[in-house]
Design a protein around this ligand. Structure first.
Ligand code: A3P
Length: 328
C-alpha cells in the first residue's frame, strides 16, 4: 500500500488548518501544524493518519524513536550493526552496508518518505525489521503502542540545550543549502522554547517516552545521548540485549563489540564518502547526508547560547521534568 492512496477526512483537515503556524525559520514551505499537542510538518500529520490505518507491526519489529537531533543517526547505526552482525560482521571481509549507506537508508522512517521508502517498501522488508519514527507514543498506531504487540522501541533523548544547538545548526545549514536566507536566531529560540519546532515541544516528547519506559520496561528502552558518548560499548550491549540478540562471551572475546562501536563512531561514519553526498528525502526536500554529522559532542551549547538563553532552557527543563524522576 502506498501512503498517498489513503485520503484524510476533510473536516479533520479543516480543524487542523486553524492551528497552522508559519514560523519563518522553517524550511521548504513545510508548515507546522499543531496535532494532538505536538508541532508536526503538515505532510507528517497526513502520514500519521495513514499509518494508523495502514501499518501492521510484526512482533519482531524494533523501532528507533527520538526527537530530532538527539542522536537518531548514531542509534540507527548501532542497532542496525548489532541486529545484522551475523550477515555483516566487521570481523570478516564482507563489505558492511554502513560503509556505503547512511544509517537513515538502512533504517527507514515510517512517517517520512525517504528515497521512495514508503509503506510498500517497509512491508517488503524481511524480519526482524528495524524501523524508526520521530513521533511521540501518543501518536503511534495502537498496533505498535499496544503492550501486547511484542514489538520494541528504543528511544534516545538528549540534554535540551544541546538539542537546541544541534537543531539551530541543522536548520541554518539546511536553509543556506537551498539558497534561503536564514532568519533563525531569536525567532528560532522563541519557537523552540514554545515547542514550535518539528516534533516539539521536546519536553513533552521526552516525558511521554520516559513514562512509557517506566510502565513497560521490556517494551521501551530509554537512552540518553550523553550515556552513549560516555560508554558506547555498554550501550551497544544493552541495545543488543533489549533487541533479543545479546552478544555472546565468544563474540565479545573476538572483539566484535569494539569493532561495531568503532564502525558506528562519529569519525568513522562522518568520513565515509557516502555520508557526504546528497540524500533525497522526498520530491521536495534534499538533505546532504553530511548534515547528520556535525560535532557529536556533549556541551557544545556553550559555543552558541548566551548565559540568559541557557538559563531559560534550564528553567523550562527543570519545571517540565519536575516530579517525573527524570533529570539531566
Ligand atoms: P551535533 O549537531 O551536536 O554535532 P540526529 O541523528 O538525531 O539528527 O542527531 C544529530 C546529532 O547527532 C548531531 O549532533 C550529530 O553530530 C550527532 N551524531 C551523528 N552521528 C554520530 C555518531 N556516530 N556519534 C556521535 N554523535 C553523532
Amino acid at each position: 500500500m502506498k501512503l498517498s492512496k489513503v485520503s484524510v477526512e476533510e473536516d479533520e483537515r479543516n480543524k487542523r488548518q486553524a492551528f497552522i503556524d508559519t514560523p519563518n525559520f522553517f524550511l521548504h514551505n513545510h508548515k507546522l501544524c499543531n496535532y494532538k499537542g505536538f508541532w508536526l510538518p503538515e505532510n507528517v500529520v497526513t502520514n500519521v493518519e495513514l499509518l494508523r490505518d495502514g501499518f501492521t507491526p510484526r512482533p519482531t519489529d524494533v523501532f528507533i524513536a527520538s526527537h530530532p537531533k538527539c542522536g537518531t543517526t548514531w542509534l540507527k547505526g548501532l542497532a542496525f550493526a548489532a541486529l545484522n552482525r551475523t550477515n555483516y560482521s566487521p570481523l570478516t571481509s564482507t563489505p558492511h552496508p554502513l560503509l556505503t549507506l547512511n544509517p537513515h537508508e538502512c533504517v527507514p522512517f515510517l512517517e517520512v518518505t525517504l528515497q521512495g521508502m514508503n509503506l510498500s517498501y517497509v512491508e517488503s522488508m524481511s524480519s526482524p525489521r528495524l524501523l524508526s519514527f520521530h513521533l511521540p507514543p501518543s501518536m503511534l498506531p495502537t498496533s505498535i503502542n499496544d503492550a501486547f504487540s511484542n514489538c520494541r522501541i528504543i528511544y534516545v533523548c538528549r540534554e535540551t540545550k544541546d538539542v537546541f544547538t544541534s537543531s539551530w545548526h541543522f536548520y541554518q545549514t539546511l536553509m543556506e543549502s537551498v539558497g534561503m536566507k536564514s532568519p533563525l536566531s531569536d525567532d528560532f529560540f522563541e519557537s523552540f522554547c514554545g515547542g514550535r519546532v518539528p516534533y516539539g515541544p521536546i519536553w513533552e516528547h521526552v516525558l511521554e517516552y520516559w513514562r512509557e519506559s517506566q510502565q513497560k520496561p521490556g517494551k521501551v528502552l530509554f537512552l540518553r545521548y550523553e550515556e552513549m558518548i560516555e560508554d558506547p560499548r555498554r550501550i551497544l550491549k544493552m541495545i543488543a540485549q533489549f533487541m533479543g540478540c545479546e552478544f555472546s562471551k565468544e563474540e565479545e572475546n573476538m572483539g566484535l563489540v569494539d569493532k561495531l562501536v568503532e564502525l558506528c563512531g562519529f569519525n568513522r561514519l562522518s568520513n565515509i564518502e557516502e555520508n557526504k553526498n546528497e540524500l533525497i528525502i522526498n520530491e521536495n526536500i534534499k538533505i546532504k547526508k553530511s548534515l547528520y554529522f556535525r560535532k557529536g559532542l556533549v556541551g557544545d551549547w556553550a559555543n552558541l547560547l548566551t548565559p540568559e538563553m541557557a538559563q531559560r532552557l534550564d528553567e523550562i527543563t527543570r519545571e517540565k521534568f519536575n516530579g517525573s524522576g527524570l533529570n539531566f
